[in-house]
Structures are given as C-alpha cells and as structure tokens.
Design a protein around this ligand. Sequence first.
Ligand code: FAD
Ligand code: NAD
Length: 466
Amino acid sequence: MADKFQAVVIGGGPGGYVCAIRLAQLGIKTACIESRGSLGGTCLNVGCIPSKSLLNLSEEFHKVQNLSNKGIEIGEIKLNLPKMMKSKDKAVTILTKGVEFLFKKNKVTYFKGTGSFKSKNEILIKDDKNNELVIQTEKTIIATGSMPVSLPGIKFDEKVIVSSTGALKLENVPKKMVVVGGGYIGLEMGSVWSRLGAEVHVVEFLDHITPGMDREISNEFMKILKKQGIKFHMQHKVESVKKNKSGAVIFTSDKNGNKKDFECDVVLVSVGRKANTDSLNLEKIGIDLDDRKRIKTQKNFQTNLENIYAIGDVIAGPMLAHKAEDEGIAVAENIAGQSGHVNYDTIPGVIYTTPEVASIGKTEEQLKEKNIKYKIGKFSFMANSRAKAIDDAEGFVKILADEKTDKVLGAHLIGPHAGELIAEIGVAMEFGASSEDIARTCHAHPTFSEAVKEAALSVDKRAIHS
Ligand code: FAD
Ligand code: NAD
C-alpha cells in the first residue's frame, strides 16, 4: 500500500524545506523529496552558505595582511587552502544536518531520491540505487530550483571550466582566473579568488556590471572592485572557450567586432541559471511552462493544474533564497486556507562582497521609466563616525522617496554591513513609511545605521553631518 500524504514537496531547498515545515506546522501530513542526498538545496550545499563562508574567510585573510598598517604586528601569514575549504564544508554540513533535524522535529517525512509525476496525485521516487517507490498525495508543491547555465558549446568540467559549484572547491589558487559575467556569482566568487591571490579578469557583455541594479551604485561598485585589483573588460561577449595544456583560452569580441583572447588557468562561467524542470515528467500531466522553461503560476502559486503548485527558482522572479522561502510559507498558508502572500516590491537583494551592496524597491532608472517623480537622499559612509572609527568608510546610502507623499520607494546601499542595514528600510517600506519616518526614528550612536537616518534626512536636504 503506497504512502499517502496531504502534501508532497519536491525539492528540499530553501523554498521546499521551509514550505514543508510550514505545512507540517499547520497540521498537514507532509513529505519532502530531495535528490542530492542532503537537504538545503543549492543555497546550503553549493550556493549562499559556502560562498558566504569563503567570502568571509578570504576577507579575513586579506584583512590580516593589512593589520600592520593599524599597529598590529603579526608574523608571516600563509594560506592553508585545504583547511579553509574544510572550514567552509563544516558550515555546510552543520546547516544541512540542521534542516534534517527540523524535519524530524516537525514530523515531515523525508524521502531521498528523485521525484517525478506518475499522475497528478502520484509521485514516483527513484533513489540512487534505482529503487522505486510511489507515494500518493492530494497536493504537490514543485520546488526543484535551478542549475547553472553555460554558453553554447562550453561544457563545465568543474576543474578548468567551472560553474559556481566548481569555483567553491578549487584545490589551488589560480594564477589567472577569467570570470564570464559580471553578475552576483561572478563578482562574489571573483572577489574570493582575487583576495586569495588570483589575478581576476571579469568579461562582461554589457557596459555595466550587475544589470538591474541602480546605475549609480553599480558604477560605484565597479570603481571599488577595480581599486581592489579586479580587471574589467566591458562590452565583450564571450564566444567560445577552448581548453589547452595550461588551462583555457577565452575568445571574445567587442561591440565593434574586435576580437580579444584571454588565457587563464581557470574560467568561471557565471551567466545565469535555469529552472530545474527536466526530471519531473511534467509532460505526462501537462504542466504549462513559460518561454524560459520555468513553471507558469498564478498569484497563489497554483499551476494550470488545481492541486499542483510551484515556488522558488523554478518559477519567474529573482533567484534568491529568501524569495523562495517566503513563497514556500505563503503557498503552505494558502493550502491551509489562510491568506499567504509575498510582496514582490520589498524583496531585498544583497551582494556579499566588501563592501556589501544592497538594494530594495525601485531604482532611479525604473522610476524614470514609469514617470514617477521622486526625491533623492544620499549620505556617504565617509561622514559616518562608526565607519570612520574603524576605517571602513567606502560607499553611501541612497534613499528614493515619492516627490509628493515622501513615501519610500526604494533604497540602494553600498558600504559596510549594507546587507543588514537594508532590513530597516524593508520594514519601513512594508509599513508604507515616509523618509521622514526614518529620519525621525532614533538610531544608536555610533552605528552604521546612522547613515540610513542621515540619508533619510538628506531627502529633505537637512542631513546634519554632510
Ligand atoms: P534550490 O535551492 O535549487 O533547491 C532545489 C532542490 O531541489 C535541489 O536541492 C535539487 O537537488 C532538488 N531537486 C531538483 N529536482 C528534483 C527532483 N526531481 N526530485 C527531488 N529533488 C529535486 N540567494 C540568496 O538569497 N543569497 C545568497 O547569498 C545567494 N548566494 C548564492 C550563491 C551561489 C554560488 C548560488 C549558485 C546561488 C546563490 N543564491 C543566493 C541563490 C539561491 O541559492 C537560490 O535562489 C535558492 O537556493 C533557490 O531556492 P529553491 O528552493 O527554489 O531551489
Ligand atoms: P546574473 O544574472 O547575476 O549575471 C550574469 C551576467 O552575465 C550578466 O551581467 C550578463 O550580462 C552576463 N553575460 C551573459 N552572457 C554573457 C556573455 N556571453 N559574455 C559575457 N557576459 C555575459 O547571473 P549569475 O551571476 O550567474 O547568478 C545567477 C543568479 O544566482 C543571480 O541572478 C542571483 O539571483 C543568484 N545569486 C544570488 C546571490 C546573492 O543573493 N548574493 C549570489 C549568487 C547568486
């Protein structure tokens, strides 16, 4: 007799595991199927967590080399890469095991294997030894996430031509690394290997990095990364990559058709990710996909089939862990008869480089395009006492508020702890706050968050420290 569940979640990433836990909390008999052998998805295994671990460790390595400028003398500093990788792996193991513990605590049944549709109420699970099991379900939530894409004719070997997954476990520091694509992954992983000693070249198709980000921030970001030693080759399209004895050659052409080749020992291709839909046997049940093979959903995350839902990277929207998690909670609450929802206007985006870059709401470019009149408040970390005290004062806070109502429409930060500071603006925006509301809120001194308050004051041209 097949196991019977009220809900089955396919995929145990931040979308899927959070959804499964919330369903169980709401009293729904739930199972979650995950194929990679450990829970946490891309995020915990080969994404957010290992990359943030390496970003932190490489930043510590870089910082410690400059401590003598600040009166702290230490002996010779050496990199022990295998030990650094072990430290990263330990963080991953602790967190993935933690999710398994949460499943037990919440009584979510965990199946290890690949899930696919046998019918719209039956899921076939195949484990890595090809054992098969069919379970029955009333509702299914597809949360199978995404995987790296490459360019035509370029295959990942994860040693010389690497995706983010290979870039997280290189055995040696490359002498020269070419990063194809100046987006989130390219700049985070490029920063890691640059700090550890590689000469890093970013080859980007557009004339600016991090497409979609407020342009003023993107320009400042590139200026700072250049100062750190990363080299940029803008408006260069990568056409092909060929491996040779010592690594690879990258063939590019610029907008005028001029060719330029780059030799390197490792090339990281980070030109985006694609939805994981191939393993699900979706054709069998007739689930609609969009032109990028993402699952089409309505507002309540329902697909074209009434009892099947989809969330996270496998549907449209920013490919971010917190977006997937919030969708997981919302769909679980909807299934339980509540009114779960996600406010897509207030999803922050953070790049965990040094300095961090954080963004929420509309950019100046989007406001101009929509003909919305706005005011700008800006405050530099150079005038923030905490940032100056610790000599970490690059960047600024920029707040965009409606010209008439003063409602906060967006905020864009580059600077120390920007990824934490953005949360205050998220809360403000959720409550429909004005820039004056932020400006009138008492912020502790001396903190980086005072730069947010001063930027809010500056919307009305009354910043005190600039
Ligand atoms: P995933 O995390 O991809 O999880 C889906 C899971 O489903 C996978 O484990 C997969 O094995 C499993 N699966 C697929 N098909 C099947 C099947 N048929 N049966 C069973 N299981 C299946 N986002 C942030 O917000 N912050 C960051 O700092 C950040 N850093 C990142 C760094 C890197 C290097 C990368 C690659 C991504 C990063 N992201 C970050 C993006 C983030 O990881 C994703 O947006 C997030 O993991 C999406 O969650 P998800 O649950 O939709 O999918
Ligand atoms: P991305 O979309 O962020 O950036 C891809 C870049 O590659 C773009 O700038 C694009 O113009 C460029 N590009 C495309 N084709 C090219 C070509 N032929 N030659 C040169 N450049 C080319 O994609 P990504 O960096 O691979 O990251 C994928 C997703 O993972 C991100 O969109 C993000 O949602 C998520 N992610 C998030 C974080 C974070 O939240 N901190 C970190 C890593 C990844």
